[in-house]
Design a protein around this ligand. Sequence first.
Ligand SMILES: Cc1cc2nc3c(=O)[nH]c(=O)nc-3n(C[C@H](O)[C@H](O)[C@H](O)COP(=O)(O)OP(=O)(O)OC[C@H]3O[C@@H](n4cnc5c(N)ncnc54)[C@H](O)[C@@H]3O)c2cc1C
Length: 461
Amino acid sequence: MTETTNLLDAMTRLIGKENMLSSIEDRICYACDGSKQRHIPDVVLRPQSTQHVSNILRYANTHVIPVYPRGAGSGLTGGAVPAQGGIVLDFTQMNQILEIVPEDLTATVEPGVVTQTLQNEVAKYNLFYPPDPASAAFSTIGGNVAECSGGITGLKYGVTRDYILTLEVVLADGSIIHTGRKTLKSVTGYDLTRLFVGSEGTLGVFTQITVKLLPLPEKIETLLIFFKTSEDAVKCANQVISNNLLPRTLEFIDKSSIDCIKGYKQEFQIPEGVSSILLIDIDGKEESVKTETALIEKIVNENHALNVVSAKNVKERDTLWEVRRAISPALYNIAPFKINEDICVPRSKILEILQRINDIHKRYPSLKVANFGHIGDGNIHVNIMYDEGNNQQLSAENMVEEILRNTVELGGTISGEHGIGNVKSKYLSFEVPPQELQIMKGIKYLLDPKGILNPGKIFLQ
Ligand SMILES: Cc1cc2nc3c(=O)[nH]c(=O)nc-3n(C[C@H](O)[C@H](O)[C@H](O)COP(=O)(O)OP(=O)(O)OC[C@H]3O[C@@H](n4cnc5c(N)ncnc54)[C@H](O)[C@@H]3O)c2cc1C
């Protein structure tokens, strides 16, 4: 009997054949994520309960089989890719919202709940789950926690880690632990919850998550502001914040990105001569939104804006954001391949990093570059577009390396929200010094001594 047959037999006993996918057609569907790598797993398991997950991990640990937790597979750094074969743990069946407690401003969910589903369900109670990755319509809370996902609301509301109160975690040996409390405050011992958030499926597997909620803002105003240069847009964004204003979102779109979305929606017209756009949401109580919007409009007009458009209603607002979300896929109009970096620098260094990217780009004239993203957080998505042939892929990789080195030099980070996975592990040491790296590896060894959880990720082997 082969090892795979043994594995399938054991899993049939432990979680039932109906929760297992073993045909090659099914397994191919789980070979990739948003990073477009391809490694076919030996089996896909679809647990229905924490006990299922515990059974699977106990077996995998005993037999040293790699286990790859997976939500929607929308990660951009290869986190859910089964790089060494073995088991994919597909959490999409564990997708129940277990409770929403308006009095406590909390919700407890299974990891496979889609982010937007949670946002919509809590909104029925006039509550708000702020982390809002552009992938919210399909990514899962489990994946968001594992990546500590950010998104468009990070400036005002923070990122996923700021909303995670408790975790139920199945460890590599199958034991089940509970971290944190369903309270807003807790300083008892080390903060294990924060350790697991952003651990990219390498330290433990989440089976239940309690998130913190906020009251749903009464009003959202959306402004679209056109500029002649990127410099004007960045300076304006900095002015907004240095005037003590904290909009819900503060997004930046450069000329290359604008060119991709021109004509995407009939009702969305971009005037000639526009090289840069800021998209700003202001939220809160009706009166304060009105005041803040007026202040922002004043700052914008003092900062050489060509034009300001405000969304008149929810439909117009949705259209503006639909266009913003369309940028990423629309970039493939420029070239068939893309490397999407998610660098983050202190806000005061945004202009400098954009200038440095521009200078670096001059050394790689065959490549196309488009920058957009969460400028309010200092988080820019640098997209390097390339064609097959003429060593363009190698040039793109060299360009990435230069950008990441410059980012770290300016006090920034090589990943603001997408994580390291296996796509960026070769760059980890640019930012993390040897002693800190050893501490991280020590934590990994303590929790997963046989290295079965998501092997091949974060660290170079
Ligand atoms: C169009 C598009 C837009 C995006 N926009 C954003 C954005 O604005 N902000 C942002 O931060 N990201 C963004 N992303 C990246 C991606 O959507 C996020 O990283 C998201 O959190 C991944 O969720 P997922 O459910 O798809 O997880 P997957 O891709 O399936 O997995 C991601 C990681 O989580 C681990 N994991 C999954 N479930 C569990 C679990 N239950 N326990 C332990 N580990 C687990 C996996 O092993 C893997 O390491 C975008 C991606 C796309 C394709």
